[in-house]
Write a protein that binds this ligand. Structure first.
Ligand code: BGC
Length: 563
């Protein structure tokens, strides 16, 4: 359908330009959410079919991880075509119907945009391979000659974030070994050259393409990575270890100031729409560097992963909440809260790992548990879930926007025991036997306690579900008032009453393990991170993360109270 013919929808979602400031956003990993056509891969019609579920859960918006055509070398973050839908997932028509159906019930939609790299099957990359060194087609990516007399050594020692060299050698059209291209992630994900105006223009076109189809906002993948000064790296003196690139401020490949010129251009496109399209930056940068990504003249909001990286610990939570609220004031954005997503071990499992448990994975910022599946034998699932519910209830009471990840509302645990043969994540494949990768949080959801793929689809699922998934099924939890699903539903319904002024006031809790604050509507929020029960402040209990026992707040439990 020509872009001009597509009417922007949004009739029932209203035109409040600041709708996103305190919204509850539910992340859908489309290939693992619901499979309507029974091919083992979740799809857009599956999402549409589950809109009643999303409505009952009480989400304000959904964020869809990539659904574009892709060879799935990196779970869809290797995009073949930014303006189309993977035929295994649906069609553009399915997408439009899904948007219309979401909007009809007042749910907004964000989509993932992946500007740092395309896939190696993208038309531009194919043209680059067919072109000559120095040609305009190669100038859309980062090609260099190799070192050594025959160019057989990579241009430098940079390593990929997913392991191995960050350079891949190509075969030139006439069949001889040729130039090298740069890929910060998998070799199937060549990095764009963001010094090329054509790249800028094409992404502006993509943003308009989806905005014209009613998309309300964008989650910007690796937002801090686009601009690179490769020559500075080649002159030497900079670390080539990606973990350090992440950690080192002022590195020529990462979080450069000129990346904000890109987002100033994007902002002009977002503001062409009414209401303006919103964006949230995925930025693994320190808080003080995050301000510009979240500024109103930039993307407007940025993911804050500090809470996700913290232990279940009152002191850490308190420090992060304070610094994040200060950050919100400095940037003009609302802050964001995240405990789980498709890149990290589910928090119900993370919090169940004993301190010092074997944590084999190294995260992108050096945090060692991030990509570790955890050894299932080491996980105390009951404690993990109890703590996860307590942390979640605290998070949901904070001013700002909360992002939750599909399955966390079921209390789902990480699938740590996937056989190597079925693992899909390039982090696993590029780090033979050292890192297990991120597949364990991407296993398709259990909708029913029985049947093939537990109601995910008609037959099978692209990642196998363990037998214990049946205990987490949606239909079982639906009718159990004490289930994690009904706990989330209750908290999300109540949360709308908290969406007034974006402030909180700390109250003395009487214990270093207990956090207590009051929101402007007068509600008290108390979180007991310790194991010993503490007295419950006076007030009517609105929701608690675990059953309460008389006038006390049990250990590892949070509560909202109305005085
Ligand atoms: C996404 C990952 C992906 C990477 C490369 C990340 O930030 O969240 O899932 O592997 O970007 O696109």
């Amino acid at each position: 359908m020509p872009e001009a013919e597509v009417a922007a929808s949004g009739a029932t979602t209203g035109s409040d330009p600041l709708w996103w400031r305190q919204s509850l956003v539910y992340q859908i990993y489309p290939r693992s959410f619901a499979d309507a056509n029974g091919d083992g891969i979740g799809d857009l019609r599956g999402v549409t079919s589950r809109i009643p579920y999303l409505t009952q859960l009480g989400v304000d918006a959904v964020w869809l991880s990539p659904f574009y055509p892709s060879a799935l070398a990196d779970g869809g973050y290797d995009v073949d075509d930014y303006r189309d839908v993977d035929p295994r997932i649906g069609t553009l028509r399915d997408f439009e119907q899904m948007v219309a159906a979401l909007h009809a019930v007042g749910i907004r939609i964000l989509i993932d945009i992946v500007p740092n790299h395309s896939s190696d099957r993208h038309a531009w990359f194919r043209e680059a391979l067919a072109g000559a060194p120095g040609s305009p087609a190669r100038a859309r990516y980062i090609f260099r000659d190799g070192r050594g007399a025959d160019g057989s050594l990579p241009p430098d020692d940079l390593t990929s974030l997913f392991g191995g060299s960050a350079w891949e050698r190509i075969t030139e059209p006439h069949g001889t070994p040729g130039q090298w291209y740069f890929h910060f992630f998998a070799k199937e994900q060549p990095d764009f050259n963001w010094d090329n105006p054509e790249v800028h223009e094409d992404f502006l076109r993509t943003l308009r393409f989806w905005s014209d189809r009613g998309v309300d906002g964008f989650r910007v993948d690796v937002a801090h990575g686009l601009k690179k000064d490769m020559d500075a790296v080649e002159r030497g003196g900079w670390t080539t270890d990606p973990e350090e690139v992440f950690a080192r401020e002022g590195h020529p490949l990462w979080d450069r100031d000129d990346v904000h010129d890109v987002y100033a251009e994007w902002r002009r496109v977002f503001d062409e729409y009414d209401p303006p399209r919103m964006a949230v930056a995925e930025t693994w940068v320190p808080l003080h560097r995050m301000t510009r990504y979240a500024a109103p003249e930039g993307l407007g909001q940025a993911f804050n992963f500090d809470l996700l990286k913290a232990d279940f610990d009152a002191v850490q939570f308190r420090r992060i909440i304070d610094s994040s609220l200060d950050f919100a004031t400095a940037s003009g954005a609302s802050t964001t809260w995240v405990l789980s997503n498709h890149d990290v071990v589910r928090h119900a499992t993370r919090y169940g790992l004993p301190k010092g448990a074997s944590r084999t994975g190294r995260g992108t910022d050096g945090v060692d548990w991030l990509f570790s599946g955890g050894d299932p034998a080491e996980v105390d699932a009951a404690a993990g879930l109890r703590r996860a519910r307590a942390a979640t209830l605290l998070m949901l009471a904070l001013p700002g926007s909360a992002y939750i990840y599909q399955g966390e509302e079921l209390g789902l645990q990480e699938v740590g025991q996937l056989p190597d043969a079925v693992r899909q994540d390039p982090i696993f494949h590029r780090n033979a036997g050292v890192e297990v990768g991120r597949d364990g949080c991407r296993v398709p959801l259990p909708w029913e306690p029985e049947g093939p793929s537990f109601g995910f689809g008609a037959d099978g699922s692209h990642l196998p579900q363990p037998a214990w998934f049946r205990d987490y099924a949606v239909s079982t939890q639906d009718t159990d008032p004490a289930s994690t699903l009904n706990f989330y539903r209750r908290a999300l319904a109540l949360r709308h009453d908290l969406q007034g002024a974006e402030t909180l006031a700390w109250r003395a809790s009487g214990s270093p393990d207990v956090l207590h604050f009051e929101r402007p509507n007068g509600w008290q929020v108390v979180a007991n991170f310790g194991t010993a029960p503490v007295p419950l402040p006076p007030g009517d209990v609105l929701v608690a993360s675990s059953p309460l026992d008389g006038g006390v707040l049990p250990g590892e439990t949070s509560v909202w109270l109305r005085s």
